[in-house]
Write a protein that binds this ligand. Structure first.
Ligand code: 5GP
Ligand code: ZN
Length: 114
């Protein structure tokens, strides 16, 4: 756990969040500033600063992150589809330096993104 990381603190229960899912490896919670009717963030409990910081040793974590999405989306009722996003670094629009996967749904998404 990175002591100055808000997402590490959310996963540890030290900062409150509206939980959507959790298991041994992952924590998912509703975004505080939703960009769609449903907007959930899925994070590994392990602190990885961004996708650009992930390496071969994180392969299992990355697999768990993506593999959890179908069940979380189904639980959220996103039967008509959803958007998954991982913003990385400054140009990617990443604002929190703990790897997180956005699940956005409940409306039709636009393409290309801004
Ligand atoms: P990023 O821009 O890094 O891809 O996404 C970070 C997301 O985290 C943003 O959508 C922002 O609204 C959300 N966020 C930032 N701080 C908090 C918080 O304290 N609680 C929750 N639930 N979401 C947060
Ligand atoms: Zn962290």
């Amino acid at each position: 756990m990175a002591s100055d990381c808000i997402f590490c603190k959310i996963a540890a229960g030290e900062i409150p969040a509206k939980k959507a899912y959790e298991d041994e490896h992952l924590f998912a919670f509703h975004d505080i500033d939703p960009k769609a009717p449903t907007h959930v963030l899925v994070i590994p409990r392990q602190h990885i600063a961004s996708l650009a910081h992930a390496s071969d040793k994180d392969a299992a974590t990355l697999s768990q992150l993506l593999n959890a999405v179908p069940a979380i989306a189904a639980q959220l009722g996103l039967t008509n589809g959803f958007r998954t996003v991982i913003n990385t670094g400054a140009d990617g629009g990443q604002t929190v330096s703990h790897l997180h996967l956005h699940i956005l749904g409940g409306r039709a998404m636009h393409w290309p993104p801004g």
